[in-house]
Design a protein around this ligand. Structure first.
Ligand SMILES: Cc1ncc(COP(=O)(O)O)c(C=O)c1O
Length: 290
């Protein structure tokens, strides 16, 4: 597998990162994951915008401009034989560091970061999950995203633990709840409920990452004339929902068919979820000019 590392294209076996890198030592860094559709990265400007904003928040310099990023991804796709293929891109920007300065606390903008871009095939089971829907478990505040939940940092241990708990229960995703059981998000996705013909989703500010796909789904709902309520939600809303789905850049729109072993609706993906899946695909086809 070919990867992009600090301006070079290398075989992943040859790509190495310093043991002094703050990303490795402290989770000091950020990342984003997006999808390649027929060789085209979807919404790269928005992902870049989010990376820039989050890099600013962490005083992480970005020694690369958007056109260079775009070229790097196009070149990576070509070198990986994915010029016309689908795939999953991850852009990781970590602090960097050196033996002389293993815990940088100031002049952060002077430390060259490590920039890694990988391009992998999509998970093989994704079409099946999208079509049949997934079981999920709910997990408590211990698993929520710490004290910088709005940033997509390399500090993802709670989410990894949540995904492991879910996997052990045979579930591809977990729904995370905060203090007093308020609903937040999936371990790696955002959450939507359908109730009485309305779309419900946790309101931002509750302590979760409001992803770019969530925003797209909210825009689609507006176009579809579906009323959206962004509000404080809890387990009662989840129990009352006739449909539940989770969204993310790679998985798009995935129906949830059981929660903690309890069937949602009739246990199959519902009509509103199907409509969002369809409209999401149409929107992508439009963006890609198909
Ligand atoms: C915790 C969390 N919430 C939400 C999302 C969805 O974000 P996006 O739609 O920007 O991919 C992700 C994606 O990885 C995530 O990890």
């Amino acid at each position: 597998m070919i990867v992009y590392l600090n301006g070079q294209f290398l075989d992943s076996d040859q790509a190495t990162v310093s043991i002094w890198d703050g990303g490795y030592l402290y989770g000091d860094g950020i990342f984003t994951t997006l999808r390649l559709y027929c060789g085209v990265p979807l919404d790269l400007p928005a992902h870049w915008g989010r990376l820039r904003e989050q890099a600013r928040a962490l005083e992480l310099p970005l020694p690369l401009e958007f056109p260079e990023l775009e070229n790097a991804i196009a070149s990576l796709a070509a070198r990986s034989g994915r010029r016309q293929a689908d795939g999953r891109i991850r852009i990781t920007i970590s602090r960097g560091g050196s033996m002389e300065n293993p815990l940088p606390l100031r002049d952060l903008e002077k430390i060259p970061p490590t920039i890694l871009i990988t391009l992998a095939p999509l998970p093989e089971d994704l079409p099946d999950l999208q079509s049949r829907g997934i079981p999920v478990i709910t997990l408590g505040a211990f698993f929520s995203r710490g004290n910088v939940p709005e940033l997509k940092t390399l500090n993802t241990l709670p989410s990894i633990l949540a995904q492991r708990m879910a996997a052990a229960a045979g579930c591809p995703e977990a729904i995370l709840t905060g203090p007093e059981g308020i609903l937040l998000e999936g371990a790696a996705s955002n959450l939507f409920l359908v109730s009485s013909g309305n779309l419900l989703t946790p309101a931002t500010g509750a302590g979760f990452l409001a992803g770019l796909t969530r925003e797209k789904v909210l825009n689609l709902a507006k176009e579809m004339g579906i009323e959206v309520r962004q509000k404080k939600l809890d387990g009662r809303h989840l129990e009352a929902a006739c449909e539940v789905f989770v969204v993310g850049s790679v998985r798009e729109v995935v129906p949830v068919v059981t929660v903690d072993g309890r069937t949602v609706g009739d246990g199959t993906p519902g009509p509103v979820t199907r409509k969002f899946q369809h409209e999401y695909r149409q929107m992508i086809a439009g963006l890609l000019g198909n």
